[in-house]
Design a protein around this ligand. Sequence first.
Ligand SMILES: [Zn+2]
Length: 250
Amino acid sequence: MHGIVGIGLILDPSSTLIWLALLASNHGVLTLGGLLPKAKILGPNITHLPQAATAKGQIALTFDDGPDPIVTPQILDILEKHQAKATFFCIGHLAEQHPELIKRIVRQGHQVENHSYSHNTTFAFNGSKGISEEIKRTQVILTKLTGYTPQFFRPIAGIRNPLLDPVLCKLGMRLVSWSHRSFDTRFKNPHWMLRRLKKSVAAGNIILLHDGNAARTHEGIALSVACLPSFLKSITDAGLTTVTLNESFL
Ligand SMILES: [Zn+2]
């Protein structure tokens, strides 16, 4: 688009305003595409499980921003009790601090994937080099701890720029967002959150929850921990099975 506008300005300078408006609208569309986590205008973006997984009644729970020394073990205990599986999008520098938690996640049959190294809210302002460094540094840490190379990446708050997709392609990784988010980092009422979560119980959905940065109830319990047992019961009652992303996509 920059090239087209440049040529346009040379060939038809009298229409400068039109060319600049074209450039501005192009930037506007790309910015909007980066701000909307489920948008696919900036490249492939997984928001649901594949058709075959949906037909089998599978649903994917994903936990972001961990590992957290308090909440992650609580989540793992609940998942084990309900024989449920989940995918954890972990932050690289936290994985470095709590390697035993990453190993426990994998040992219990769950999956660990990449959620950047620093989880900086300015992630989407990075150029290709900055994006690549954030992802690659975490890949090295997680690969060493899990014994496999993560294949999925989730950007911070789902916000990204057009340079992310080429970086992921180069690394052979896929962008995953979600079909439903729980807002468990913002709201403190578990009843409200559970009501919201129960509406997301359907085959093929990818649910976003948090073990790290989770909001707390008035009793000091992480919202995801407070809601998880009832949410898992709703999933079982609906005849659905929780799966890791690898179980559905590979
Ligand atoms: Zn996050």
